[in-house]
Design a protein. Sequence first.
Length: 577
Amino acid sequence: MSYFKPRSFDDSDAASEAVNTSHARLFVVIAIFSIAFFILSVRVFDVSVMRGGGKYFVASNSYNDGMLKERTDIVDRNGELLAVNLATASLYANPQIIMNVKEAVDKLHDIFPEMNRDTLYDRLSSNKSFVWIKRHLAPQEQYKANALGIPGLFFKNEEKRVYPQKELFSHVLGFVNLDGKGIMGVERQFDEYLTGRNESGENNQPLRLSLDVRVQSIVHQVMADVVKEFSALGASSIVMDVHTGEVISMVSLPDFNLNNPVVSQQNKTALFNRSTFGVYEMGSTFKTFNMALGFELGDIGMKDVYDVSKPVRIANFTINDYHQKKKQLTVPEIYMYSSNIGSAKIALDIGEEEQRSFLRRLGLLSGLDVEIPEKSEPLYPDRWGKVRSVTISYGHGIAVTPLHVTKATAALVNGGYLKPATVIKVPEGKDIEGQKVISDVNSDKIRKIMRLAVQYGTGGRADVSGYFVGGKTGSADKADNGSYDRKANISSFVGAFPMDKPRYVVFVMIDDPIGNTSTGGYTTGGMIAAPAAGKIIKRIAPVLDVMPVDESDYKIRREFWYNNEDENPKVAAVQFD
């Protein structure tokens, strides 16, 4: 007996109909999901691409792969990196995709506590399809933001300008804004070159500056120590190659970290470049130019003498010396002792028109031609009478930048050629033409009296054994709204080394120092600026391959003191107190 019962025809039809119904329902469900996905895709495409978010939509780690830098590098004269573009990620949002704004704000604020919560909420709840959250994230910040997993947050790979030397070259380099455009210093001056391409479509070669990281570091440290020791408002120092006009170092204090310039913008004094933008009455450093005027246009010799025993009266003004000498002084002694009376008499002998013309020839009445946009014009009187001529002879009544003084001094010691100042490296062996401003013979005289001023005069604290340092100190009351503040001054020194064969000019200026026990309370150039210059020269000379010599060697002394004419300025100035 069989217990098997065959399935009837009616049962088979029912099963087949059930399977077909299930298949139909599954197809409908799949179709609905497909249509919904298509609609969602179209919506996302419309929001992200058609409404302006296309190029930012997908965060890709290879956004810049194979692409050129947006901005080329800047290096020092030896190839040391000063500015470079590095790849970074920036966080942005599409508010139209964010589902829970409050939750997103809370989570983002945990990562970026410095951001204002209300501002962040306003951005994420706007009707825009693109808003920046934060530009140029640190790697840790990018990781944390990505880990939030919030729909509507995206990353855009960008480039950030980084300055490895931080504040060391702040006023020379300048910086760029968030969009990579130069807004200060050489970053602004050479913005087109730095963002340009060569004929092959590649980045231009790195911009090579004339400055030297090693020298800049030394000068910066010395000047920062001086500012701190004497509680000064600020300072400036410049080192220049006398033969090429190259600026080897340029320091302006206070300064700022180029990697965080926003902080500095809150302190405008830190952004101020004292070396090229600040104009100051330089005091007795101008006596070097006055002496050159006398040598060049007045036929004044080393053995000429002037009576400085009495003050000079012109109109209602009386000219005195800081330390009155009750006797006649030779021309070198006038310079060494920094006699205002002697300088005034030399200027009066030459005449105001000749003086003005000569200072213009030295570039002291013209704007700077250096490749830094932050630079100022000199300030000087429209009417140039005898009173003005006398005060200008010792550095009052005329205001110039530190770079003006440095450049003009270089011309007086290099044989008489005024060279253009530059912060761009001059190719090796290139001969830089200059305007002849004084004769070789008179340049030689200037070198001698500058050396004497350091050996026996007010610049003694700048002397460095073996380097034939020469220079002139300056002390000037600060001008303030047409009058002078007798309690505040500018302390300065400008010199060169080695004076027998000059290679570099060193300028030092300290703004409103406060004397201490080490200076006996004095704030003169001889007490504050000259020692700083000496420290700088002692440390940078070996770096710049300037070899010391034995200054007591007979041949070296004779070559320096007797290399033209038959007059010995040391003999002419032998009567020292």
